[in-house]
Design a protein around this ligand. Structure first.
Ligand code: 5GP
Ligand code: MN
Length: 323
C-alpha cells in the first residue's frame, strides 16, 4: 500500500484509464453515499466508463440526490475493473464484498482507525468527512467541474458527518468549503428537509419501542438503547430508519457515552458508540474488532451472548470513565 498526498491522488485520478468502479462501506451513511455520488457525478464529466456499486440498499431519504438511481446495489461484483475507488472506508472487508475484481485500488478515507489494504490510499483523520476530503481533491483536478450535481451530494455528506456543522470536527475550512458548495446553487434546507423531515409513521412507532429500552450503566454516564428484529417486524420499519436514534441517549445530561445495540439479523448485532468527548470510542470499538472516530464509532458482534457482551463493554467503559 502506498500513501499519497492530495496532489498525488488528484494526478492519479486524472490519469486513470479504463473501467472505474466506485464503492463504499456496507450500510452506507450520508458520507458514504454523498462521496460515492459526488465522485460519480464528477468523474462522468472526465471518463467514459464509471460505475457505482454498493453492497446495501440506499435508504429512501437520499432519493433527492441527482443520479442516485445510477447507483446499483449488489451482493457481489462479478465484472472486472481497472480501478476501484473505495470511499469512507479502508478495509475491503467492510465494503461487504468478499473481493473486488480490480487491477488497482485507491482508498479515500478519514477514519482514525483506518488500515487500508488497497494499492494506494489517502487517509486524513482530521477531515470531518470523506465528502470534504473529496472536494479538496476535486478542486485540484478542476474547480469548473464542480457543478450543482457534484456539489449537492458532497454538501449532504458534510452535513451528516458533522452533525449539521455542530461537532468539533467542523473547522473554519469546513465552513469555507460549505460556502463554496452553496455557491454552486444549493439551497441548504433541501438537504435538511429531505433527510430529516420525511419521517414515516413507522419510524416514530419504532422510536417509541426503542426508547422503551433506555437503560443506564456506570452511574448514569452510559445510556444505552436496543432495537430487536421483532420491533422491526411489529412496526414495519427498516433498520435504516433507526438513523439518528442514538442522539436521544447521548442528549441526556450527565451521559458521557451513548450506545445503540442493533440486532440486524437474528443473533447478529451492530453496536454504535457515541461520546461527548471525554472517552475515545474509536479505541473502545477497536478493542471489540471495529473502529471509527473519537466521538463516533462502532463494531459488529455475532453470538448468543449479547448480555455478556454488554457486561464486558460496560465494565471496560466504566474503567475508562473512572480514570
Ligand atoms: P455508526 O454508528 O453511525 O454506524 O458508525 C459510526 C462511525 O464508526 C462511522 O464512521 C463508521 O464508519 C464507524 N464504524 C461503525 N461500525 C464499524 C465497524 O464495524 N468497523 C469499523 N472499522 N468502523 C465502524
Ligand atoms: Mn465518514
Amino acid at each position: 500500500m502506498k500513501t499519497l498526498s492530495r496532489k498525488e491522488v488528484a494526478q492519479l485520478i486524472e490519469n486513470m484509464e479504463g473501467k472505474i468502479l466506485i464503492t463504499s462501506h456496507k450500510n452506507p451513511d450520508g458520507d458514504a453515499i454523498g462521496s460515492s455520488l459526488g465522485w460519480f457525478n464528477f468523474l462522468r464529466k472526465l471518463k467514459s466508463n464509471v460505475k457505482v456499486i454498493l453492497k446495501d440498499k440506499i435508504p429512501y431519504f437520499y432519493d433527492f440526490l441527482p443520479n442516485i438511481n445510477k447507483i446499483s446495489t449488489s451482493h457481489s461484483i462479478n465484472e472486472q475493473f481497472d480501478w476501484v475507488i473505495i470511499l469512507d472506508v479502508s478495509e475491503t472487508e467492510r465494503t461487504g464484498f468478499d473481493s473486488i475484481p480490480a487491477k488497482n485500488s485507491l482508498v479515500i478515507d478519514h477514519h482514525i482507525t483506518a488500515n487500508p489494504d488497497s494499492t494506494f490510499a489517502i487517509v486524513e483523520p482530521k477531515m470531518p468527512s470523506t465528502c470534504e476530503l473529496s472536494l479538496e481533491i476535486m478542486k485540484l483536478i478542476g474547480e469548473n467541474l464542480i457543478d450543482y450535481e457534484v456539489a449537492l451530494p458532497l454538501y449532504m455528506g458534510m452535513v451528516t458527518d458533522t452533525g449539521s456543522f455542530g461537532y468539533n470536527s467542523t473547522t473554519p475550512d469546513t465552513l469555507r468549503n460549505a460556502a463554496f458548495l452553496l455557491e454552486r446553487g444549493i439551497n441548504p434546507y433541501t438537504v435538511i428537509k429531505n433527510l430529516f423531515e420525511r419521517n414515516r409513521v413507522t419510524r416514530i412507532k419504532l422510536l417509541k419501542k426503542v426508547l422503551d429500552t433506555l437503560n443506564f450503566a456506570a452511574n448514569g454516564k452510559i445510556a444505552h438503547i436496543t432495537v430487536l428484529q421483532k420491533f422491526l417486524k411489529e412496526t414495519g420499519a427498516g433498520l435504516e430508519e433507526t438513523e439518528g436514534f442514538i442522539s436521544y441517549p447521548r442528549s441526556i445530561e450527565g451521559v458521557e457515552v451513548a450506545i445503540f445495540f442493533k440486532e440486524f439479523e437474528d443473533g447478529k448485532w451492530k453496536v454504535s458508540l457515541r461520546s461527548k468527548g471525554n472517552i475515545d470510542v474509536a479505541a473502545v470499538a477497536s478493542k471489540f474488532g471495529g473502529g471509527g472516530h473519537v466521538m463516533a464509532a462502532g463494531f459488529e458482534y455475532s453470538g448468543e451472548g449479547i448480555e455478556n457482551l454488554k457486561k464486558e463493554l460496560f465494565e471496560h467503559l466504566s474503567k475508562l470513565l473512572n480514570q
